[in-house]
Design a protein around this ligand. Structure first.
Ligand code: ADP
Ligand code: MG
Length: 223
């Protein structure tokens, strides 16, 4: 079953002679139970692609469907609700709340979405697998980039979303951690029937992917 579909997506930024064409006729599909990787160099349009696929940005033309619902048919409130219920984001800047301890970041997530979150046993296992069990009382500023990245991954998974969008989730991680994170995302796809979509330039993630796309200057193709 297709969880995410992009059809003929174009995205422009700027006006007239300053206009740049960032995504060109992008077509994309992600199924339930698979890990999709979108590989491309810096500036190729990965973050733009991911935020459009997840309904954070709107395309200039074309359509995005999540669970066969066209996003442009939804009101902003409905779109928010859909994101809250179905989507977990791991964004590039980690978007942790600076004045909350790690544990409180998860509590905040629990307050925003009260039901359907990961059960305690599963979440404890995720925290262990990500190696952040000892960091629960720390503030983001006390963490290394890699630790923050792993907390951001855990927080995205906490709400138990059907679809996980991750932007460069391994950029700050050493090779051993990349293996752990790759296995975790693969396990979520294969054993928990999630749809995991990762954009990255990190070739170390290739071996965990079911489907690989490449993006170059806003042109996406499956390889
Ligand atoms: N809000 C924006 N306004 C203008 N240009 C943008 C904006 N967001 C991204 N771009 C441009 O779009 C191109 C692709 O950016 P991005 O999607 O962030 O690529 P990547 O994530 O692959 O590094 C870049 O040239 C970037 O400068
Ligand atoms: Mg980016």
């Amino acid at each position: 079953m297709e969880k995410v579909i992009l059809r003929e997506i174009n995205k422009y930024f700027g006006e007239k002679k300053n206009r740049i064409h960032v995504l060109t006729n992008v077509n994309f599909k992600a199924q339930k139970g698979e890990l999709c990787l979108v590989l491309g160099p810096s500036g190729s349009g990965k973050s733009t692609f991911l935020t459009i696929a997840g309904g954070i940005q709107t395309p200039s033309s074309g359509e995005v469907l999540i669970d066969n619902v066209k996003l442009d048919s939804l009101k902003e409130k409905q779109k928010e609700q859909l994101r809250l219920e179905k989507i977990g984001f791991v964004l590039q800047n980690y978007s942790l709340v600076p004045y909350l301890r790690v544990e409180e970041q998860f509590e905040l997530a629990r307050r925003v979405k009260k039901e359907g979150n990961m059960n305690k046993a599963d979440f404890t296992a995720v925290i262990k697998q990500l190696g952040i069990a000892d960091l629960l009382n720390q503030y983001p500023r006390e963490l290394s980039g890699g630790q923050r990245q792993r907390v951001a991954i855990a927080r995205a998974l906490y709400s138990n979303p059907d679809i996980i969008f991750a932007d460069e989730p391994t950029a700050a991680l050493d090779s051993q951690r990349v293996v752990e994170v790759g296995k975790l995302f693969r396990d979520l796809a294969h054993n928990h029937n999630k749809s995991v979509i990762i954009v990255t330039h990190d070739l170390r993630l290739k071996e965990y992917a079911n489907r690989i796309y490449e993006i170059m200057d806003g042109n996406l193709k499956q390889v």
